[in-house]
Design a protein. Structure first.
Length: 282
């Protein structure tokens, strides 16, 4: 198992050949766990890639917010993938995506209540016990709020980490998107997160939808370069959390690997100037 350092990129199927034939130097890859749970050539290709390049395994299907509990079969498949590919980190989302045994094609938001918090903590503890490792839980991007929510999202996430010992995958783009959509203070969100729990940072692009009445909504579509406002917020995150391994995500209109590398180089520069500079000052 290789430790993650610096900035990495999300490895997508169109990059497999290049990653095998001309692997980038000083880089790590993150892959979506569900893309490598079945047969075909993808798992064996990843076996070859990860011999030289560190990996992070990012899930979308654990459904940590499901009141019915975790799908034992899916959890077993994720464990088998983690055992096979030996990723440095394993993560999933603060959301739910399974109802009545049916998998929904989205990461749906949770009500921020004590009942939901108990459900998430129980599921995270079960996942960690089965995987035999610490899980990172990613903050969501959201477009609505439940009227009966009683706990601010940042406090909810911090409570999950405190009660279960899990880590936090701090998605800076998601913080920006959610704070703009709901009128929250992004810096206050960062300040409320427990710095020792931050195990990884995500950066991505987003889209803006404008309605006829002039309202706007930010959409976390992972389909473009990181926005200037997100780079600024990332610098604030590094000033608080230090040099945390950082990933560039790009899932729609996926560009050549060289474009992802350009974004990763910018993240690496900030990591060196702010994150590592903070560590040296300490």
């Amino acid at each position: 198992m290789k430790r993650l350092r610096g900035a990495g990129v999300g490895l997508r199927f169109r990059h497999h050949r290049e990653a095998l034939e001309s692997p980038p130097a000083a880089l790590w890859f993150e892959v979506h766990a569900e893309n490598y749970l079945g047969g075909g050539s993808a798992p064996s290709t990843l076996d070859a890639i990860r011999r030289d390049i560190p990996l992070s395994l990012h899930g979308t299907g654990l459904s940590l917010g499901s009141a019915e509990g975790l799908d034992a079969a899916h959890l077993a498949r994720v464990k088998a993938a983690a055992d096979r590919f030996e990723p440095a980190l394993v993560s999933d989302h603060l959301s739910f995506s399974v109802v009545g045994g049916a998998y929904l094609a989205d990461l749906l938001p949770l009500p921020m209540t004590e009942e939901a918090l108990a459900v998430v903590c129980a599921n995270v503890e079960r996942a960690q016990a089965h995987l035999g490792r610490r899980l990172l839980v990613e903050n969501p991007s959201t477009y609505l709020q439940y009227r009966h929510s009683t706990i601010p999202e940042w406090e909810f996430l911090g409570a999950v980490a405190a009660r279960t010992g899990c880590g936090i995958l701090c998605d800076v783009n998601n913080i920006h998107v959610s704070c703009r959509n709901h009128g929250w203070d992004a810096l206050a969100y960062l300040d409320a997160l427990p710095a020792p729990a931050i195990g990884e940072i995500h950066l991505a692009g987003h889209a803006t939808r404008t309605f006829e009445d002039g309202r706007t909504l930010l959409i976390d579509d992972h389909g473009s370069r990181v926005a200037p406002e997100v780079w600024d917020l990332y610098a604030e995150a590094l000033a608080r959390f230090g040099a945390v391994p950082t990933l560039i995500e790009w899932d729609t209109n996926v560009p050549p690997l060289a474009v992802l590398m350009e974004e990763a180089a910018r993240a690496a520069d900030l990591l060196e100037r702010i994150g590592h500079g903070l560590a040296r000052a300490a």
